[in-house]
Design a protein around this ligand. Sequence first.
Ligand code: NA7
Length: 453
Amino acid sequence: MSERKRVCIIGAGPCGMAALCHFSQAASDVRPEVVCYEKQATWGGLWNFTWLTGTDEFGEPCHGGQYKHLWSNGPKECLEFPDYTFNDHFQCPIPSFPPRDALRDYLEGRWTNGDEDLRKYIKFTTVVRSVVYNDASQNFTVVSTDLQAGVSSTEVFSHVIVAVGIFNVPNKPYFDGIEKFEGRIMHSHDFRDAKEFKGQRLLVVGASYSAEDLALQCLKFGAKSVICTWRTKPMSFKWPIGIEERPLLQQLDNNMAYFKDGSSAEVDVIILCTGYRYAFPFLEDRLRLQSRLTMYPDNMYKATLWLGGGGGRLFYLGVEDQYFTFTMFETEALWCCRYIMGTISGEPKSEAEMRADADKWVSRRNGLKSPNDDIDFQADFIADMSSAVGYNPEEQKVADMLHKWKRDKVVDIVSYRAQSFRSVFSGIEAPLLKHRWWKVFDDSKDAFLKNTE
Ligand code: NA7
């Protein structure tokens, strides 16, 4: 008699929901029993806005780091689902860079578009405390706590999919003298509203997406000045007056910041845009992915199946650095669900074959030299995975758009969101914004839908 599969999904954000969607669409003779645990009271993961920072109402670490007036920093055409386009959802063409509210709405539309109510598979406000692999019985013991009831329970699963994201535990580096700084110090994860910094002189540490967007947001909402300080490489955009870049902060003396080039400046606020730490505290040591942000983590087959332990039954979704986001999560989730259900031809492979395949990707990863290389790498990774499951997210066409988006940002970092892209699935060219991002102070979905030429 074949084993009855029972799958635990941890997290109901874009990755976990993609897995739930695919399981729910599978034929009943291969579909496993599925339970999804979600710490928050609703689905959406990182896409849920919360006013809370630090810990939530139950004393658990706050998951989300979304802020008011956050607009997508990449074209929506690069994260569009082939089988549920933006036009399917909004029933009209919309511009290419939607605010968070509109993107969350789109995601929710996708999750409620099927025949089943996926909520029935999710245990909301339930946090997973521990996952242990039992070698003898080849299954996992999962302990979770219902936060509302304060009651813990233990269940056994044949497979576990970890989908808790990688942008929720802030990385907070130390700088000499920081404890004596007299202004506010915060991490970008706790940033909620740029208005707070009106009239202030900001020091932004970091040179990646958070640094770029928060520097612009704060200036847009009236910050007096912003200095971004970089460690490895400056962002080097043509910044508007008010934003500048300097080499790495070396030391603070009260409110004076000293930089590697010998310069100094007085600042009122420090925002650490220094990224995130991989954190899966509920997994036993041998199951835990310990990585820095990379285009393909070590020790994983197809960047999803964990090779370090767990008998080939533990999966991670969305744990690599991301250009493609939703469609990559979708590809990984589809592959993962079908792998578990045993419906991918040529799988499973031997451990030696999986390691050889993983080594090939890691070795290519080690030679990546630029963001454009990263985009092509990720497109090829998606092509490899999606072809195995008959999915077609048109990754090469999307890669071309991502290259253009990168160039647009170099041309003008303030107005790259005014560009329009064409959907590779619906063929629809996005309308232009009537008022550009820099001039818009209402980030609601309704205001956005009205803001078109
Ligand atoms: P990222 O993309 O991980 O970037 C982190 C940045 O922080 C990066 O520029 C790092 O510099 C910098 N960093 C990290 N540690 C330090 C120290 N110790 N000193 C100085 N600078 C440091 O995080 P983001 O929050 O920008 O973006 C994460 C995701 O959130 C992203 O995908 C967006 O879509 C949203 P480095 O280059 O390593 O020298």
